[in-house]
Design a protein around this ligand. Structure first.
Ligand SMILES: Nc1ncnc2c1ncn2[C@@H]1O[C@H](COP(=O)(O)OP(=O)(O)OP(=O)(O)O)[C@@H](O)[C@H]1O
Ligand SMILES: [Mg+2]
Length: 371
């Protein structure tokens, strides 16, 4: 039942273009966000995330394309007549009002009677765990509490789509973790369709149903956090979400029955499990090797499949993990060794063996045409 409900598109963007003067900052964005889904825009600074959010909220006009909200085209509606609410990075709270007045502001503007406002505000404050803070002035709140007020205010009129532009970026690291869990819990409980923007790729992965990776005003890939992290569509996406080691190679053979490919590289031959169907012997590929997927150990005596020898260049102990830099021939590889307390410790210039897992992702390289 909930599966059917989830599949209903609440927000549809159709071929959205946006020009500022002659500068085209959105170059054809199409996307469907389902009811109750939390979708996050990620991408480098200036790629158009905020612009897209502002277009959805009605704070900027589209140059071309359609914005469909719950089945209705809303291009020409002003922000207050769209069923969307935006929550900005700086919260944009009214400093001269109390918490309760801030939360109830939209209700008042919409002509709600006093008693109903009081009841709704009380319900909202309870929801964000600020029940005792109704009469407090905004500047007497911590950053996390202000964030909650902004969130309660955005939810006051039960918008169909909630737009959150870097809502956690003013908070310190620990509070960020707490608040992101709270936002996700509330969002799921209220089943509210949410579009989130963050600079923090790990926050994006942790909180989202799907990620939308953007670059230069275009969508590069849409997928679940697992798809984006484990099966990125190209080199840019692989490098954008988390650190990655790349290794060039050529596919020498395929074993269709075992779903594996053999890849020859300047550092040795590797056997890789194959998910893609478009890879053939002779193809040039890029192996996408995540630092935490590699195993590292001392010595390099025995020759085994998928094992190469290297020299430790640096070992940075950081509690839950040790970041190791290993030189393999002319290549530097970053390897995360988790739980170093119970693992082998390394020192500079140690000879180490590095095991590349079979589960690395392969990116097929585009054939370069001679110009
Ligand atoms: N009002 C405006 N007038 C002219 N150009 C603008 C305006 N707003 C944004 N831009 C330009 O549009 C592009 C996209 O900006 P946008 O704010 O959407 O990026 P962003 O992805 O949100 O970046 P960040 O991660 O830094 O917040 C940038 O090149 C920016 O300079
Ligand atoms: Mg922005």
């Amino acid at each position: 039942m909930s599966g059917e409900r989830d599949a209903r598109p609440m927000l549809v963007l159709r071929d959205i273009h946006k020009f500022y003067g002659t500068n085209e900052v959105l170059k054809g964005i199409s996307l469907e966000v389902n009811e109750g889904e939390l979708v996050t825009f990620v991408g480098p600074s200036g790629c158009g995330k905020t612009t897209l959010l502002r277009l959805i909220g009605g704070f900027t006009d589209v140059s071309a394309g359609d914005i469909i909200l719950d089945g209705k085209r809303v291009n020409d509606l002003p922000p207050n007549l769209r069923d969307t609410r935006i929550c900005f990075q700086n919260y944009a709270l009214f400093p001269h009002m109390t918490v309760a007045e801030n939360v109830g502001y939209g209700l008042k503007i919409n002509g709600w009677p006093k008693e109903r406002i009081r009841a709704r505000v009380s319900e909202l404050l309870e929801m964000v765990e600020l029940k005792a803070f109704g009469e407090r002035m905004i500047d007497k709140l911590s950053g996390g509490q202000q964030q909650r007020v902004a969130f309660a205010r955005a939810l006051s009129l039960e918008p169909k789509v909630l737009l959150l532009d870097e809502p956690l970026s003013n908070l310190d690291a620990n509070l960020r973790l707490v608040m992101r869990e709270e936002i996700r819990k509330l969002q799921e409980r209220l089943h509210i369709t949410t579009v989130f923007v963050t600079h923090d790729q790990f926050e994006a992965m942790a909180i989202s149903d799907r990620l939308v990776v953007m670059k230069d005003g275009l969508i590069e890939q849409v997928g679940t956090p697992i798809e984006i992290y484990e099966r990125p569509a190209n080199e840019f996406i692989a490098g954008f979400v988390g650190y990655v080691n790349f290794m060039d190679g050529t596919v020498s053979a395929l074993d269709a029955a075992a779903h594996t490919a053999s890849v020859d590289t300047p550092y040795g031959a590797f056997e890789v499990s194959l998910e893609q169907k478009d890879i053939a012997p002779g193809d040039e590929v890029l192996m996408v090797i995540r630092p935490e997927s590699v195993t590292i150990s001392l010595d390099c005596g025995i020759k085994r499949k998928n094992v190469v020898c290297g020299t430790l260049r640096s070992y940075m102990y950081a509690g839950s993990l040790a970041k190791c830099t290993v030189a393999i021939g002319d290549k530097k590889m970053i390897i995360d060794q988790y739980n170093p307390r119970d693992a082998q410790r390394f020192t500079h210039a140690d000879k180490v063996e590095v095991e590349i897992p079979r589960s690395v992702h392969l990116l097929k390289k585009k054939k370069e045409r001679p110009s």
